[in-house]
Design a protein around this ligand. Structure first.
Ligand code: ZN
Length: 365
């Protein structure tokens, strides 16, 4: 069976390497994060079901300016806050039946890799140093996405990963390594005390953990640019091979009250609250029963419908008989760009063993 994601056949061999950008652990998990990690878990489950060995790498961005600011506000050290919030996140994932990834690197453990990456980019002439910060030349990255320079600038600033004092040659340049001042996390480097830039952290972790090329780069839709575009461009420039990722899984944005669910705006639906009110399987079914790449509006009432749907599925999943043709058809739907709604409809109609196989595979039964 050929598995395709966004039109790209996956993988070439019986092994797939998936890198998903994990959390910055300074706040409780929101529904947008949950959707991303539930979808990546489902991708891995389905690939494994068709005989592919899957390696999932989900990082923790525990070196981050927002994290440092949040910790300072609460009177905690940044690593204490990161540890506390990572624990809460793992609890949420467990309740949503998201399996532990194969690798869970923390940014703080890959600082040396970022220094090597910065050196490689400097050697290749695609980066330059100014006052202790190493900047990656990003003009080509920005041109490649078809955005206007103003849009690129707005997205770079909104992504929160860039310092205000941008002593750059080009507005699309981003920090691979940046100088730290007193009170900021700092490691020694050939350019003085500093810390990794966000895009460089993921480029370093993905290549260090999974190798010089990956099958899927995954994350929320808003990570496509600048984060994924820049981390891929850095990896490609350092390694000298492209593309870094064969396919992308940019999970559709979740909206609430008409606006994107985001930490930066405070328009939030916390997974913790949903899991207080509903079993994990109901929330998981609600997140999965839709096309993964499209944006959607969160609706509390729809969770009630998901609960009723789950009860219906459970009542139809009895009996020993498995309709093999129906199971194969449902699996074919999943192999075609993870069409969960279609697979569920087929399995629901067949009931019995087919519904159990598909429901368990999706982690909802
Ligand atoms: Zn990332």
């Amino acid at each position: 069976m050929i598995f395709t994601l966004g039109g790209v056949p996956l993988p070439v061999l019986a092994r797939a390497r998936v890198y998903v950008c994990g959390i910055t652990p300074y706040d409780t998990t929101h529904v947008g994060h949950a959707a991303t990690f539930v979808w990546v878990d489902t991708l891995a489950r389905v690939l494994e079901h068709v005989g592919i060995e899957v390696q999932v790498c989900r990082n923790v961005t525990d070196v981050d300016d927002d994290l440092v600011a949040a910790a300072r506000q609460r009177g905690l050290s940044w690593h204490a806050l990161a540890t506390q919030q990572t624990f809460r996140f793992e609890e949420d994932m467990r309740k949503l039946k998201v399996r532990r990834p194969t690798f869970e690197p923390m940014s703080r453990e890959y600082v040396t890799d970022v220094i090597f990456l910065a050196r490689a980019l400097l050697d290749r002439g695609v980066a330059y140093e100014r006052g202790g910060t190493v900047w990656f030349r990003g003009a080509g990255v920005a041109e490649g996405v078809g955005l206007t320079p103003e849009e690129v600038q707005a997205l770079l600033v909104a992504s929160g990963g860039e310092p205000a004092d941008r002593q750059v040659e080009h507005p699309a340049d981003v920090a691979v390594w940046r100088r730290s001042v007193a009170g900021e996390p700092a490691w020694s480097s050939p350019w003085g005390d500093g810390r990794p830039g966000w895009h460089a952290e993921c480029a370093a972790m993905a290549t260090s953990v999974l190798g010089l090329g990956i099958d899927v780069q995954a994350g929320g839709h808003d990570l496509a640019f600048p984060h994924h575009a820049y981390s891929s461009a850095m990896a490609e420039a350092a390694i000298g091979a492209a593309p870094f990722a064969r396919a992308h899984m940019h999970v559709g944005t979740v909206r609430y009250r008409g606006a994107k669910v985001a930490k930066s705006t405070g328009n939030l639906v916390f997974v913790d609250d949903l899991l207080q009110a509903w079993p994990g399987e109901v929330v998981r079914l609600y997140l999965l029963d839709r096309p993964w790449s499209q944006g959607w509006d969160f609706d509390e009432d729809a969770l009630g419908f998901a609960a009723t749907r789950l009860e219906d599925l459970l009542s139809r999943a009895g009996g020993l008989v498995e309709d093999e043709a129906a199971t194969a058809a449902a699996l074919a739907a999943l192999a075609h760009d993870l069409d969960v709604p279609r697979a569920l409809r087929i399995a629901e109609e067949a009931g019995g063993g087919t519904l159990r196989t598909i429901g368990k595979l999706l982690g909802v039964l």
